[in-house]
Unconditional design. Sequence first.
Length: 111
Amino acid sequence: MSAKSVNNKMFDRFSIVHAGLGVWAGSKGFGLIPVLIGHTVWEIFEAHAKKAAPGAFYPFASPDDLSNSVGDTLAMLLGWSFSLNDVLKDDPLVGETNPLRLILAPQEGEK
């Protein structure tokens, strides 16, 4: 595999995955700040994982350009903004802060 970056465009085929995760995060009530922090942590982890074990976790283990990381974050925020539907708890910046409750507990109206 070449060391040349294949993730060198702001938006690529993986942007839809980031947007989908943003939709999920917004539908679960995550606020803007937890979404930004979580996604930033993910981008840092991803960069380190690609260096530490190339090919073990990703089909293309080449590093992401800064523009691609920014594009991934924008895609996540776009997906998040489309799925809010008034599920945020009192504050759109913070929203729900208990990740386990968000992941494991049913939404209002669900059983």
